[in-house]
Design a protein around this ligand. Structure first.
Ligand code: 6GU
Length: 250
């Protein structure tokens, strides 16, 4: 069972993880998710987690001490001498300054037994927390895209959903994963259901033809066109041998 620990000063922000697919995965015992309040590891009356930055400047920085104790607790008796890299915990630090999280990252992280997410707020976490952690575990500063959020919590919702749905048993029909956008480098094809005509718009005739070969070819063409239209960067990044002669005619 994959273990996930999320450390945050706004644990209520992670409440949606109890719902839907991820909530059910927890009920089924496929996933063990715990959300922790960072303030549980403060010892002053005001439960202080931030302080002014050394060197001056705007905003506040998250103090290292609560993070140190929180990470000690999340890691527990984890044995850092274990050699299998998938059994070593990974610390994911959401940050707009991180490496961009992609489907490839989701697949890599889904292979690990224990992920710890450290949600920063304000101007960020004292860098020594990350440096100290990097001596004990794999640390991955991660961004979910080129824009700025107020904190890491929403980014964690995004990453946990992308990772959890890849775990065996979480999605009812795992075949539905194969032709999704970003799995093989092409965007997905458009889908239709009944009625065959709706507000004057018809379902493409090929989908009613019963010819599985023609349907497959049409769907492939649609994926190529959509990708060229919306994400030419993805098309350019495809390995040379992933396009056949018919693909090149599209
Ligand atoms: Cl992971 N955190 C924050 N605060 N902003 C972001 C982000 C993460 N990814 C994109 N913007």
């Amino acid at each position: 069972m994959m273990r996930l620990d999320v450390l945050s000063i706004f644990p209520e922000y992670l409440a949606p993880l109890e719902l839907s697919l991820i909530g059910r995965a927890q009920d089924k015992g496929l996933l063990g998710l715990t959300v922790h309040d960072l303030r549980d590891w403060t010892h002053d009356r005001h439960r202080t987690v931030d302080d002014t930055p050394y060197g001056g400047g705007a905003g506040m920085v998250m103090k290292p001490e609560p993070w140190g104790e929180a990470l000690d607790a999340a890691l527990g008796a984890a044995d850092s001498s274990v050699t299998d890299p998938t059994s070593r915990p990974v610390l994911i630090v959401p940050s707009p300054a991180g490496e961009v999280f992609t489907q490839q990252t989701a697949r890599e992280l889904a292979a690990h037994e224990h992920l710890v997410f450290a949600c920063g707020r304000y101007e960020g976490i004292d860098q020594r927390v990350v440096d100290w952690a990097a001596e004990r575990m794999e640390v991955r500063p991660m961004s979910i895209g080129d824009y700025v959020l107020n904190g890491g919590e929403v980014a964690v919702l995004v990453m946990v959903e992308a990772i959890a749905r890849l775990l065996p048993g979480v999605i009812g029909n795992p075949e539905s994963l194969d032709e999704e956008s970003h799995e093989d480098g092409l965007l997905e094809y458009p889908v239709y259901t009944k009625p065959a005509v709706w507000r004057g718009h018809e379902v493409p005739a090929v989908l009613l033809s019963g010819d599985h070969g023609r349907v497959a070819r049409w769907r492939r063409d649609q994926r190529l066109r959509r990708t060229a239209q919306t994400r030419p960067d993805l098309l350019a990044a495809l390995p040379q041998d992933s396009l056949d002669g018919r693909d090149r005619e599209v």
